[in-house]
Design a protein around this ligand. Sequence first.
Ligand code: IPM
Ligand code: MG
Length: 368
Amino acid sequence: MSKKYTIAVIPGDGIGPEVTSAAVEVLQAACAQRDIEIEINELTAGGAAIDKFGIPLPQETIDKAKASDAVLLGAVGGPKWDNVEPEKRPEKALLGLRQGLGLYANIRPAVVYSELMDASPLKKPGNIDLVIVRELTGGIYFGKNGVYQSGDKLPDGTTKGKIAFDTESYSEGEINRILKIAFELSMKRRKKLTLVDKANVLVSSRLWRNLASQMSFDYPEVELECLYVDNCAMQLISRPSSFDVIVTSNIFGDILSDEAGQIVGSVGMLPSASIGAPRTPGMFEPIHGSAPDLAGRDVANPLASILSAAMMMRTMFGEEEVAASIELAVKKALATGARTSDITFIGEGEHITPIGTRAMTKTVIENL
Ligand code: IPM
Ligand code: MG
């Protein structure tokens, strides 16, 4: 074998194990065709780690993830762990991995497949092909937070009833590095960048806007548009195909990427890449969650996870051929009419009979 990549696979919870094993199968098959060896190192995180070790993110998982070439993650969380103390929630594993690996840029492409036009809830989705560039290790997710019990003395000396707070805070450095990723990506695409913020209300958003306007001088070919997040949520519905690259904060990116996922038909189709500094392993995962109600029933859509593996091959290793072959196989599988239950709608109240996770995976492999 000429080349070898070591991939840390973190199946996680709910449908995570099913969709990651589908992605690994497809990846192995696509790489074997090109004499590339893939070594899989399975790691535990999320609810699975709480059950096994009592904590959501064991140090061993972080260390081994750091030592790998890339990380493929399923999903974490589920009702089983809803009542564990906040610091031990399964989601902490995801946030800890993002922070631990320094994965500050989250790339979430949303593309409508021509085969799935009817699965979109929009009457005329058009040719949607956008990418959300979400800041991933800052903002309200990682800002100062806390609780004042009723009667506690507040910093201003007063006392009130119980108060809980989270803080949205961004440094110039944090904003500039994600803006740079977004401008560079825009240059490779349609050269249209939308900054999404809430600059009419939030001070931190105004810093984003100032820095984006400054940086746009370095990219004169890129048309920069600034939108308030509420307005953007609306325009994603009214003119989705006019968006190219969207850059935004952690929390706004979280919300808008679910919206983008739905307008292209199903969040079950959307892959994502989380990347950090050069030469650190990136993490690749479907944007959908653990979908506990679907878990273990062989009904989940594995395509987002499979497409995440393709993104990994392209983004981390420059293996364009492998990535393109996987993406083409997904397209061909859809063209043969293969549909998991989330994407069966074909218009006029008509549905295709769904197939399961395993059958979909097999169809993709046959089309490689
Ligand atoms: C996502 C998820 C996570 C987030 C959760 C599970 C912590 O919604 O990746 O979009 O909010 O970032
Ligand atoms: Mg989310």
